[in-house]
Design a protein. Structure first.
Length: 106
């Protein structure tokens, strides 16, 4: 499992390469990792977070105090599974996982 952050995002290509070269299944935090050859990604839907943040910006610009706004937690998550990588690692991905995935890469 890789941790989210700018370092991992910037260095995603060598990270994915190293896991594949060493035959290590890895789970990443953004779907673009799976699209670039990673096995699986699971994390918050960033587009949904940005849309929800826009409503907070609007409320603040209209005069509400940021400290008075309720804390919001992510409510929408996405999972991508790369079947080509799974096959290269010799893994069978269960149907139940494939059915829950928002994106299956073949």
């Amino acid at each position: 499992m890789t941790m989210p952050g700018p370092f991992m995002t910037v260095h995603r290509a060598p990270l994915i390469s190293a896991t594949a070269r060493n035959n290590v299944p890895a789970v990443y935090w953004r779907s673009d990792f799976a699209r670039n050859g990673g096995l699986l990604s699971y994390g918050v839907d960033l587009g949904d977070l940005f849309r929800r943040a826009a409503s907070y910006v609007d409320r603040i610009l209209r005069g509400e105090k940021p400290g008075d706004l309720p804390v919001q937690f992510p409510t929408k998550f996405e999972m991508a599974v790369n079947l080509k990588t799974a096959k290269a690692l010799g893994l069978d991905v269960p149907t139940s996982v494939l059915l829950r995935a928002t994106e299956v890469i073949e």
